[in-house]
Ligand binder design. Sequence first.
Ligand code: AGP
Length: 364
Amino acid sequence: ASYDMGGHDTFMHKEISEQPDAVDRVLRGRIDDRFSTVHLGGLNLDPREARTIRRIKILGCGTSYHAGLIGAGLIESLARIPADAEPASEFRYRNPVVDPDTLYIAVSQSGETYDVLAAVQELKRKGARVLGVVNVVGSAIAREADGGVYVHAGPEVCVVSTKCFTNTVTAFALLALHLGRIRDLSVTDGKRIIEGLRKLPAQIEEILKGEDEIKRLAEVYAGAQSMMFIGRVRGYPVALEASLKLKEISYIHAEAYPASELKHGPLALIEPALPTVAIVPDDDLLEKNRAALEEIKARSGRILAVAHQPQEKADHTIVVPKNEDELDPILMGIPLQLFAYHTALAMGRDIDKPRNLAKSVTVE
Ligand code: AGP
């Protein structure tokens, strides 16, 4: 199919801009205010079964893996089910123990990524229960799964994923809320998360309004040969995804590290020529994150913070609107999509079709 750029210069820019509507779509018709939960029609998992899940293992590649990491965090905090994410490409080659009490979730924009599909088929062969969190309706992974949640991001044309990442993480928030309300999440907390979810489209709109300022910052940092991205717990997958975005379209080398790991090695790299992008949410880890900024500053490292309030130790801060702590990761990555975009643009890169990459990797 051929798609229209709708007045944008690139599909990436169009897709970044579409996010308020895209998130609205993933929420639409699913929220149940009466019971402070969400309905997920295609899940195919009854409450009795849902209560027997002992673990959740999320599998995906690239950006979908990063969305899965945030998803695992959401499931652990809202549903209190131990959850983790792993690259599907790795999982498949290590003869994993397939446990009947584990629920497996395959994540994919295209629904056609070979590594993910092969992992799903291997799991099903071993009798596991596999759900899909997929964008393309009727795709191979969606068909192979026992049920799942459609992400409803709409067609994503740019090789690098933006709106689908945001929608996938939001879909995980819905799933986590749904599982949480079947288990121990209170009505009050359910309401709190629902209110947070409803705020997302307008908050994304607000972030997008800051594009001119983000463009200016991208031009400030565009000369760097390499960049460090740091975050802690919820912020770490945001850092991973932002660094992948920058690598893919600008070809600037970027590394992502948990902020807590800096002192165990990567601090040796810090000097004025290696800027750091730091994810600094206003949550219970704020002071810890500020301490990391201080350590970087003490080594004369430049810092661009993404935070809920201006950070004194940072050279620049992109301020994003605050949501519930659990939902903040959905918002904090969005300015960094624009940051990667404007960095690549300043460098004259072919943004929609970065070298060496394909939209869906349907081969081994
Ligand atoms: C995203 O920007 C990438 N180009 C890539 O990592 C992608 O997310 C990965 O190949 C998985 O694709 P999928 O979501 O279609 O399965």
